[in-house]
Structures are given as C-alpha cells and as structure tokens.
Write a protein that binds this ligand. Sequence first.
Ligand code: GLA
Ligand code: ZN
Length: 676
Amino acid sequence: MKLDEIPEFLHGGDYNPDQWLDRPDILEDDIRLMKQAGVNCVSVGIFAWSALEPQEGVFRFEWLDRLMDSMYENGIHVILATPSAARPPWMAKKYPEVMRTDANRVRQLYGGRENHCESSKIWREKVRIIDEELSRRYARHPALVMWHLSNEFYGHCYCETCAANFRKWLRHRYGTIENLNRKYWSAFWSHGYSDFDEIEPPAPNGERQLHALTLDYDRFWNDLLNDFVEMEKAAVLKYGPDVPVTTNMHNMNCGVDYYKQAKHLDRISWDSYPRWHCQADKSTEWENAVGAGFTFDYARSLKHAPFYLMESAPSVPSQFEFCKLKRPGMHMLSSLQAIAHGADSVQYFQWRKSRGAVEKFHGAVVSHDGSGDTRVFRDVSEVGQKLKELSWLKGRPEISEAAVIYDYENLQALLQQVGLRRDKSFFEKLPRAHYEALLKNFVNVDVIGAEDDLSRYKLVAAPALYLFRPDTAQRIRSFVEQGGTFVMTCYSGLADENDLAFAGTLSRPEFAPHGLNDVFGLRVKEIDGLCDDEYREIEYRGKLYKALVCCELTEPAAGAGSETSGTAGAAPARCLAVYRQDFYSGTCAAAEHDFGKGRAYYMACHAEADFLRDFYSDALDAAGVKRLTESRGVGDVILRERDGVLFAMNFSTQPRTVRIGGRDVTLPGYGYEIVG
Ligand code: GLA
Ligand code: ZN
C-alpha cells in the first residue's frame, strides 16, 4: 500500500527481529502483541547490516523475506531502513578508512554508530551495494511503505580525504585564493593563504580563529552529507521509484543543517525524547512540552506538511542522567501532542527491549517480561485505539499565522562569536524562548529558516538573526512593506554569510540591523553584555520587567537609509519599552515602526519570559493573528489547531480551565480535549 493511501495514523516503532533470529517463538509473540497494541507499522533493519551481510559479499535475506511477508500477511506496514548507521566489524577491519576521523585527527576504532567517513569511496560503495540489494528484493514488496535512510545522521569527519574534498569545494566556491583571502579576512594573525592546498579544516589543536572557515567546513560537510543522502536515495529507488524516502532527524544542532537536508528527502521524520518528570533541570512538564512542540513545529515547517514521529519512548529512556517513568496519562498526552503539532504517526523506540548491550534498559513497548501485561503496554494500546478514532485527521495540514526563525547557519555563527559573553548557550535557547511566548498566547506557530517564504505569515519573529545573507535585508524589507509584522531582537544584522561584520565609511556609516535602519526606524550604537545573575529594569506599559544577557543602546533614525521609500519609513521608531537603570536609563529597550503597509518591532534587549509574553500579546493582536481561545494567562496548557480541530492539552497534574468555542472546558491533570 502507498504511504498516503494508508487510512490511519502510523503506530508502531523500531523493530529489531535481527536480534532474535534464533527465537522464532519470540517473533510469533511479537505479531500477536502488535495486534493487541494496535500497531500497524514497524521500522525494520536499522542496525541489521551484519545480519544481512555477515561476510563481505555474502548476503542473507531469508529472514527479512520471511519478516516482510509475515508483516504483510498480518496487515502491518514496514518502513525499511538502510543499514548504513552501523557497519559490520569485517568492514572496519578490512577497510579502516570507513571509520570517522575526529577533529583532533584521530581515527576512531571499530564500534558505535553514525561515525563513518562520508568521503570514503569504499564506504559509499559498500552502502550502495547493500541498498541496491534491498531495493532489488523489497522495492515492490506490498508491506513496504517508506525507506528510512540510515539513522540519525550526526557530526563531521576530519580525515585527509575529507580535507582534500573540502579544498575542492573551496576552489569551486571562491575561484581564486585572493578571493578566499578577502572573504575570510585572512590578513588577521597572518593567515593569508597562497594556495588552496594550505587550507586545513578547523581543529581544536589547529585552526579555530577564522570564523568564515569554520562556517564553510560545516557547509561543505552538509553538502557532502546531502550528496551521500542522494546516493542512498538513488540506490533504494533503483528497483521501485515510487516509495517515499525519509531519515530520522533528532537534534536541531547536531552538525546537520536539516533545512538543507529536507530538500533531499520526500518526508520528514523526527525522534523526540523529552525529559518528562525529571526535576534535575527544574523544568515543568509544560516547559518540556514546549520543547517538544518546538521541534515538532520545526519538523512540520521543513516541508510545511505533516511529519512522522519516528521515535519516542513508550516509557522511560535509559540515556538520561535520571530515568523517570512516564506518569499515568503522560503517554497519551505526549503522543497526542505530536498529532496536534502535525505528526502523522506515533512510533516508538523500541518495540521490544534487547537483552544485551547499551540499550537493554531503554523503555520499550514489550519489556523483558515478554508478557504485554504491563502498564506501558496498556498505555500504548490505548494510544493505538485513540489514533484509530482520529484517523480522519491523517494527512491534514496545520496552518500558522505566526512563525519563529530558527536558522542553523545563523546559530553556528552565533555560537562561535567571541564577544558579548563567553557562554553562548543562551543563543541556542533564544528562538525557543520566543516560541514559548507565542504558545502562551495560544496561537499556532511555525518554526522556519531565514530563507523560508515569509509571505505566508502575519507575524514573524527573528531572535538574534545575526547572519544576513545577501538577500536577507531585502526579504525582510519587502515582507514588512507588503503588510507583515516583523519582530527582530538584539544581536541582529551584524555580519554577512562569511561572518564578516558589516562595516561603513564616513560618508556611508553602517549601523545594525544591516540595511534596515529605515525599516525599524532606529540604529544600534552599542551593545552591553550582562552577567548571568544581572538584569536591568525596563518599563513597558507601566510595568517593570527584567532585561537579561544583552542590552543594546539604540537611537531613533528618522528616515535613515530610506533611499527607497520616503513614505511611512521616514519617521523614527516609537519607543515602546524604556530602560530604567544604568547609564542608558531613559533610552529605548523596544520600539515599533510602521513601514510600508506593515510594522517592524525591534527588541533591543533580551527580556524575561513575562515581558516576551506580554509584548507578543500586544503584537499578535495588532497584527491580527488568530488566537485559539479567548482565555488569557492560563498556565500549563498547550492549544493547537490542526485543520479546524482544536487540541487542548493540560501538562499540569492539576485541572485547568480554558474557554473553547464559547464554553469553559476543564481539563483534568494531564488531561486533554479534542474539539471539532
Ligand atoms: C535514538 C536512536 C535509537 C535509540 C534511541 C534511544 O533516537 O535513533 O536507535 O538509540 O535514540 O533513545
Ligand atoms: Zn573523512
């Protein structure tokens, strides 16, 4: 059956029969238990290479043949993985160059997973051969609904072959070494290169000073990875071109630029492991849910289409500092949250617990007791039932009028900055802080890249959009000009795509945000960094809030740089919030400016969560963004709308009341209501 023709949400997960090949009785139990649990889909073969090719060129497909057939006979769909996330020992022994070399230039020994050299010709060749074999046998098998490439691509390789490929990539990008020297500002610390051959990838014990080089190595490696993805994709599609291809994404900052990778995939899949109930980092369940929602909205926005929740823990994951059981109600709630944010599946890692090795205590639908007589198994079965009831929602879209920009390259540039503060982890959390404020205001939100089409939104928030590509300023300008509301925050528009600071001259001075002084009606003159426990009071609509981390000193700019308009942009920004402390007391901490048909807000500081909530409440109303309830200020609840259906979810143990469609609805602790 074709993936899109399946009339139900997918429910199931990673299934490793290759670990139980000597136990046909267990494999029979699995089928029985899957039916009981309402499982209709399994992901197979993810780490099965040594079961499929135990010796070089010796293939064993009989077990997989039997499995595919029996899944089909039992009405269970199969997402078939390529085994390229982990290799058999014979390969590393015979071809050690398949193993990854780390940034210190140490090649890894056999072991682990997702640690290969994507440049290695023999690695690519071995992957292509096994993928084509899988395609030859199963591309037309009726159980197959999707190909799953590898597993959680991750990190970079720094071997000599990768370095040589990087130099080729640089020649292609820059043409001449003089051009590269200019773009890299390489006169700094005597870095002027005379030949591309002198360029080394970044290293902890070597080159770390040229920010353009670090960004480029990351870009090069993502291009290399996407080329690898294309190779795997062509191989699995060789004998059946109609099957969609995905890979499971897992971490928004793991070395893979998902925004770019998404273009090489047919479907987006996401693995989600919130630390439910763990008090170690003091986060509430609502905050954990916001974190999960942020990644779901990112996954959905990558293709503006439903995504697959490919992995989640049915009970307790084993890799955390503290491993807490999911409290009663949480499994249903967290699974429905994924559906509410646009998932077309609830899949687990893992179906059955392994007996040995590092994940033997990782939560699974079937535990070591093998019985199915467990709370987890019953929770999973209930989710299976609920998903059946909601089947008609599968494939349905989710529309957001507001978006937050999370841009991978921008984050890499921010994280390598030396200035403002040493610990840059703040920047990693920043887009989520703005997202959280929008969720508190009960609106649907997309999480998009800076190059995404802005015109589909009424309001776009760009926290610390530091790196401007050649067209960034123009794209923001026309979005606002045409009626959009754009919110930009401190540390924005400071550097170009090579991380060179924008610089002006006497006759043409340059102030952040680059190229947009007339759009925002202000200029940034200085940036003050605050210590971790420091704050500066700011006043907004008669209330005091705390500015944290970064306080910019701005001045109004009447028509500055407004060669293009001379219309609405000619007036300076109106000050909305004012610093009330320090030598910049009385100057503007947040401002608004009408430009063209739209409005541009500039938040000159990073302010505490209450400020973000109140600020966005006003900005969303001014922009006419649809709220999902008339209620204001209800804590612990997430509301989402998917194709006209409202999901109200309470992540507190206590009841919460929220107004939905003109009536008060009380959600019990960890309870939910689906309306529409
Ligand atoms: C990841 C991997 C799985 C498994 C889980 C454990 O998501 O893809 O193979 O290791 O983590 O949580
Ligand atoms: Zn390499």
